[in-house]
Design a protein around this ligand. Sequence first.
Ligand code: PM9
Length: 470
Amino acid sequence: MSKRLKTMGEQFDRRSWAEPWKIKMVEPIELKPKEEREKAAREAGYNTFLLKSADVYIDLLTDSGTSAMSDRQWAGMMLGDEAYAGSVNFYHLEETVRQVYGYKYLVPTHQGRGAEHLMSQAEIRAGQIVPGNMYFTTTRLHQELAGGKFVDVIIDEAHDTESTHPFKGNVDLQKLEDVIRENGAENIAYVSLAGTVNMAGGQPVSMDNVKSLRALCDKYGIKLYLDATRMVENSYFIQQREAGYGDKTIAEILKEFCSYTDGAWMSGKKDHLVNIGGWAAVNDRGLFDRLRNMVVVYEGLHTYGGMAGRDMEAMAIGIRESLQDSYVRARVGQVEYLGQLLTNWDIPIVRPVGGHAIFLDARKFYPHLKQDVFPSQTLAAELYLDSGIRGMERGIVSAGRDPKTGDHRYPRLELTRLTIPRRVYTEAHMDVVAEAVKAVYQNAHKAKGLRMVYEPEYLRFFQARFERIE
Ligand code: PM9
């Protein structure tokens, strides 16, 4: 007998499914008039990160910290034990992470990058290489600030928006072994594995791949650490696509996957269905001691790490909720729904659709624009101007500059991300989004691109400013 919950469609022999929740509280949103959107975009330097949220209609900037919490989580907030040390909620969270992810030791942090900072400082020596399945902005920056050099060893299909490989997040084991042989195992800090891979379009890693990766790491005595930020969604894809996992629960798949890794860092703002928080968790006692010592310098005491007691309680409850198969089905199903609408209209997006977002292929929207005039940034700005919908650039601006040469990095993927917050929007919102994207696509030939007029030193996509090229 399968332990996996059957979807509504399977139970009642029909195709539709619905979210396993109903709405108890709403937050009004408003589409501002065109002139106001134009003013807001200009004042924000055509950077969607600099828009005021009140000027946004449907906010698809990120799925980070934007989830709707459940009534259970809000009730949990009232149980916040705000003692400086030894909060009850910390022990609840610690036990939950142990049971669900399987790691022995937990260090709480204020959010994901706090954990990335600690792990990078603890595990990277200056000059070491950090191979991984495609860079993520904050992750790579912390690895570089610790003296490491990130090397991409993801499979080639990940860089191809049209490849329909079911696990485009997989590590290319041959590429990885070549990197190890070229540099020597002692010069590899660890392998940095993300599930799902954000910058590739929310693409998953297969169980088969992580098992082989474990074997390769063991062969060379190298540690394997996981960015577990969206591992629940990754587990769903394994359940749906990988032979032998169709009858397993998300919870079982998640725990098995983590068991092949030595530890993880986590932005709880995604899978955990909370608005703030993160953690690092490891199996090695010595590493744990070092992380626990560092956390008091940078984040807060080792039993809160920058989170309030109530945040830790909401997170512990959110972790359990995130494992419900019916929830994950609806969450990823909503992303698929939007992807299907766009595909029906032949709008170029990354295929297959990933777990948390639709990624528009800006190169195909704007074949007449060079990467130097920031096509994905242009597309995000045009979408906001058209309909007040806020997406995010994931192309040359996000890729930043090479720390050695100072030149732009030119990624093959030039994407604009429409990220779906968890449990927030309805199918009708997705219809509106799809129609807006279609309108922008139809007018794409008119776009002339943007000029960067201000560039901060780190993570420039957050604060860079642009002007329209007329
Ligand atoms: N991801 C996202 O919108 C939020 C800020 S960066 C634009 O996708 C992974 C895979 C992430 C992530 C954040 C972090 C950092 C680590 N790994 O934002 O610091 O997607 O909690 O987590 C964002 P924090």
